[in-house]
Design a protein around this ligand. Structure first.
Ligand code: HEC
Length: 127
């Protein structure tokens, strides 16, 4: 086979490999790009439902920091059920005189998820 034909044949066999070599990373890149950042559903909800307008994760803002809430109820097995109800109904007097208005935009299922998420917060990040 003349060298030029051999070269063509080699080239022909390399093009698909090269194509794959280029396409795979490109595919992975776009696949990763489409993937939303790993934000837990509850954290996303807490922003979408406006909780973070009044609450911080750690310290008191308008309402108590979520880690403070978790600390207070850490030995209370019924806390998640009660807090889920309170999240929708609103609250006053548990932390001070500032009122947490009822959160009617939150469904019962969302309130349960949010309550459990709040109670899972830690003042010190766990390693
Ligand atoms: C307008 C401000 C405001 C918004 C919005 C708000 N909170 Fe509150 N939250 C407060 C205040 C103030 C308190 C303290 C109420 C009290 O002393 O009883 C509180 C208390 C709490 C508590 C503790 C209740 C208790 O009995 O210890 C939880 C849990 C809580 N909020 C979760 C949420 C979640 C989840 C959302 C979003 C759906 C939310 N809050 C939205 C102001 C707010």
């Amino acid at each position: 086979m003349p060298p030029i034909d051999r070269f063509r044949k080699q080239l022909a066999s390399w093009v698909p490999r090269l194509g794959a070599a280029l396409l795979v990373p490109l595919f992975l890149l776009t696949a990763c790009h489409d993937e939303p950042q790993e934000v837990p559903e509850a954290m996303r909800l807490s922003r979408a439902r406006g909780c973070m307008g009044c609450h911080g994760m750690l310290r008191k803002q308008v309402g108590p920091g979520f880690a403070q809430v978790a600390e207070r109820y850490k030995d209370d097995a019924s806390a998640s059920v009660r807090l889920a109800i309170k999240i929708r109904a609103g609250s006053v007097g548990a932390w001070g005189r500032v009122i947490m208005p009822q959160q009617t935009q939150v469904t019962e299922a969302e309130a349960r998820l949010l309550a459990e998420w709040v109670l899972a917060q830690h003042a010190e990040p766990k390693r």
